[in-house]
Design a protein around this ligand. Sequence first.
Ligand SMILES: NC(=O)c1ccc[n+]([C@@H]2O[C@H](COP(=O)([O-])OP(=O)(O)OC[C@H]3O[C@@H](n4cnc5c(N)ncnc54)[C@H](O)[C@@H]3O)[C@@H](O)[C@H]2O)c1
Length: 407
Amino acid sequence: MTTCCILGLGYIGLPTAAVLARAGHRVIGVDVNAQVVATVNEGCIHIVEPDLDQAVAAAVASRALSAQLTPATADVFLIAVPTPFRSGADGIPQPNIDYVLAAARAIAPVLRPGNLVLLESTSPVGTTEQVAQEIEEASGFNSEQLYIAYCPERVLPGRILQELISNDRVIGGLTPEAAKAGQAFYASFCQGELLATTARTAELVKLTENSFRDVNIAFANELSLVCDHLGINVRELIRLANHHPRVNVLQPGCGVGGHCIAVDPWFIAAAAPHCTPLIQAARHVNDGKSRWVIEQVQARAAALEDQLGRPARIGCLGLAFKPDVDDLRESPALHITTELLVAGLNVLACEPNLTDHPTIKLHALEQVLAEADLLVFLVAHSPFKGLDLSGRQVFDLCGVTEQDGSV
Ligand SMILES: NC(=O)c1ccc[n+]([C@@H]2O[C@H](COP(=O)([O-])OP(=O)(O)OC[C@H]3O[C@@H](n4cnc5c(N)ncnc54)[C@H](O)[C@@H]3O)[C@@H](O)[C@H]2O)c1
């Protein structure tokens, strides 16, 4: 049995803690948010993720998992804290690794030689080296005395507990020995391949994966505008094009959101602004799609108002950044709904995965369906599938009304 100290009990850290506990490790979960610590110690969870409630309840009940505000001595330290971005010069947002460096400083007093330190937060190239530097300054231990490695997380929200075990992992050591130590640790609960490399390569691998998706979705979003202009159904177009054995266009939407895909490409662009016109353009195309949606809804609302002789009621269906989650981070649907409200439209917002929102009044799906003059489907949540929309004005940005295979 290994004692693991996990810093950050969010969408990544908490499921990882539960999986490690189930695999027989003793897990100390650490979070700077006292509410999160209290919730976990009650055996409860503060995020939406299938089966996580049972896994955490079982881990806490068996005393394999407990949470606290500060790190304690352990064999393995795993950092899964946020890595947001902040605005930067020349319109290129800059990565903010303050939380990662704070976590590195926090573990320094309890580190012992031979400990394995794993960074899982999505990070710009060079962050693991900075973590090592921070640790050495605070503890005196260098990367020869510790095993320090970067191991990015690539789980899909909604399937995190399965994918934590089944996905292949890239493990980038600051030294070859650190990569080996990381492989041995992940082998205790992962069934996927464990691929060793350097920390810098592993950092760029993670950013590459999400930039690949962002660029591909930008292509789909650009096609959706072309199709709108030419009167062609973009989803039928993509479905047919994808019958080519070497073509795989992703789906368009109302933009791109989430903490990863809408953020990580900027981590590459910030490090190499002159080499990344395509990556930067993709970000602009995807953000531009959300602006286009706002303009389209405003135009349709104005036309409806002329027709009805009163302000149109606009149903905005979905606020999360992707289907069947409650996660609002960088959500284009949330941004679009907020902008429509700010513009003074009569918006009826519906997010079935949330009970309330601090600034947006949420309505039940039935009420929106009964009262809205225009239904704007922003996110393909399951409750939006199979609705009878005959005779309704629909603006479907996510294909949820087409899922009967009719296109
Ligand atoms: N959510 C995903 O699907 C996903 C997928 C792959 C990678 N990632 C990456 O994983 C990292 C974590 O993401 P997340 O979604 O779990 O974030 P999150 O916001 O859900 O959770 C992070 C937690 O860390 C805590 N925290 C902040 N600073 C801390 C510190 N110094 N010590 C201890 N706890 C601290 C916060 O209070 C919060 O509870 C990010 O870099 C993210 O990009 C996330």
